[in-house]
Design a protein around this ligand. Structure first.
Ligand SMILES: Nc1ncnc2c1ncn2[C@@H]1O[C@H](COP(=O)(O)OP(=O)(O)OP(=O)(O)O)[C@@H](O)[C@H]1O
Length: 409
């Protein structure tokens, strides 16, 4: 910006006491003329500055109006496919159209492949959606390479084998299914009490098949994203198609697929719409390529049978609480990196943990480790496990509601 020239100096009046009256009059006249000149000069500068201010003001007004239009006009959502020297390739949601476009200069360094962005009518990128604005990112957990392996799962070997047959084989050896002429199962439904390793199983399959793991929780869909459920289900399958091979894992599927109730509240209608969208996505599944879908529920009794029809979740696998040997295996898995004293007998501990889940056993081992740390020891002893079991029982006693029985498997 150019700097304005400095203001003219204020004229000085020098009157010498020795001066005659005539000299004094002439000096005063000169001073008056100079003052008039400076005054004129300042007037001109003021007019110039006012004109400039008016110009700037109209520029500000114009920018404000443009900003308002930008703020009020609808923006569309797209995903960045690629950032090239010639521009940014985006894919619009909804119609899947690919467009080569530009980014607002202030976003040039920010845009990366995979980002969700807001675009205007001319496809120019206006904003990169962060996690807060990106409902999809909130509703889904995307893990390009989960690190759970089958070795991390104990006590449910039969279930691991069944899931591998139903999910892994069709992904890693599709030709075999074609040659034999059988359709791989469309979807696998894992059902059983909480904390038995259902999520781990889905992650391990994704890991083993180098597939992206995409998880969506049914309860979040209906609680947090009211009105958006069916859109998010569509997004879920779209995202999986973008990232295939992919394993879609829908946890707590009962939240969107429970038996129809009689009440006709708008909430129910919304849940119904979400389920219909899920069913229609599953029905169009054949063309979807290398995508496998696994769902999980703790409330098998509540499920709407529509989702269990052939071509939908047609492979049911029960994942129960582990038996005594399973509990020993899970104890071993979760103490792999712990320094456990020789007096700890896992078989004995497993006996005491009858009816407990893998998740209970995992947190029990952590708790035992905490007791050792509290005692300033690096080795975990039998007494630490005993203390941890006692604490677990106390907590259970406090959280059990009298007269309430959970759904039993
Ligand atoms: N069979 C198992 N072997 C080893 N660890 C297990 C097993 N089951 C559960 N765990 C431990 O419990 C944690 C929770 O398990 P996970 O999330 O897979 O259970 P879930 O069946 O999906 O539970 P929910 O039904 O509550 O979603 C795991 O991270 C793991 O530490």
């Amino acid at each position: 910006m150019s700097r304005s020239p400095s203001l003219p100096e204020r004229p000085r009046l020098d009157l010498d006491p020795e001066m005659s009256d005539a000299e004094r009059l002439s000096a005063l006249r000169q001073h008056f003329e100079r003052l008039t000149e400076v005054n004129q000069e300042l007037d001109d500068r003021l007019t110039e500055a006012t004109d400039r201010r008016d110009d700037l003001q109209s520029e500000v007004d114009q920018l404000k109006r443009r900003n308002e239009t930008l703020k009020t006009s609808s923006l569309y959502i797209a995903t960045v496919e690629e950032v090239t020297d010639d521009g940014v390739v985006i894919k619009q949601h909804g119609n899947n159209q690919e467009v080569l476009t530009d980014t607002s200069p202030h976003l040039e360094t920010e845009v990366e492949a995979g980002d969700r962005v807001a675009i205007n009518d001319s496809f120019a990128i206006q904003a990169v959606l962060n996690d807060e604005t990106d409902a999809r990112a909130q509703a889904m957990e995307v893990d390009a390479s989960p690190d759970v392996t089958y070795d991390d799962i104990g006590g449910i070997d039969d279930q691991v084998r069944e899931v591998r047959e139903a999910v892994e084989d069709p992904l890693s050896n599709p030709e075999m299914f074609e040659k034999v002429g059988v359709e791989p199962p469309s979807g696998v439904l894992l059902h059983g009490p909480p904390g038995t390793g259902k999520t781990m199983l889905a992650k391990a399959v994704a890991n083993e098949t180098d597939a992206t793991f995409i998880k969506m929780a049914g309860s979040e869909l209906v609680r947090k994203f009211i009105g958006e459920g069916s859109r998010l289900v569509r997004d879920l399958f779209e995202l999986a198609a973008d990232r295939e091979p992919a394993v879609i894992f829908i946890d707590e599927i009962d939240a969107v697929a429970s038996k129809r109730t009689d009440s006709k509240t708008s909430g129910d209608a919304e849940v119904q719409r979400t389920m219909m969208q899920l069913l229609s996505e599953m029905d169009g599944f054949d063309e979807r390529g290398e995508i496998r879908i696994i769902a999980a529920t703790n409330r098998f009794d509540m499920l709407d049978e529509a989702i269990l029809r052939p071509g939908r979740f047609d492979r049911l696998i029960e994942v129960p609480n582990p038996g005594p040997e399973g509990r020993v295996k899970i104890l071993e898995i979760h103490t792999r990196d712990m320094n456990v004293a020789d007096d700890v007998d896992f078989a004995e501990l497993a006996e005491e943990l009858d009816g407990h889940s893998g998740a209970d056993i995992a947190s029990l081992t952590t708790e035992a480790g905490m007791y050792a740390i509290r005692d300033d020891r690096t080795q975990v002893r039998r007494e630490d496990f005993d203390d941890a079991i006692e604490k677990m029982r106390d907590t259970e006693a406090q959280t059990t509601i009298p007269g309430h029985t959970d759904y039993q498997y």
